[in-house]
Design a protein around this ligand. Structure first.
Ligand code: HEM
Length: 78
């Protein structure tokens, strides 16, 4: 899941830049408006996948820390 979302986020980046250039060069036309809507959708996908990429490692980290806290402590040898 995490891998797929990262791949989507990664490969959407160059497409986003191409769409951005197209939006700038078609400003004011009907095509420009359609491209803008497409770009808005892409921003939403970026935001959602980016949020996941940001939050997931933090969530895993905190879960591991909790598990470690719950595990019985090992006796020290010295
Ligand atoms: C709301 C918007 C966005 C958010 C919240 C977001 C967030 C993130 C996060 C958290 C990561 C992972 C960083 C890491 O692994 O330490 C990431 C990676 C990345 N982001 Fe975004 N991002 C956003 C928009 C964009 C946009 C607009 C682009 C480019 C057009 C972009 C391109 C990339 C690329 C290329 C990576 C590396 C992915 C990989 O190969 O692993 N992001 N982003």
């Amino acid at each position: 899941m995490s891998k797929t979302l990262r791949l989507i986020h990664r490969w959407l980046a160059p497409v986003f830049i191409i769409v951005m250039i197209a939006v700038i060069s078609t400003q004011g036309s009907d095509v420009g408006l359609i491209l803008q809507r497409i770009q808005q959708g892409m921003v939403l996908i970026f935001a959602l996948t980016g949020l996941y990429l940001f939050a997931y490692p933090l969530w895993v980290k905190s879960r591991r820390a909790k598990q470690r806290g719950a595990a019985p402590r090992q006796a020290r040898s010295n």
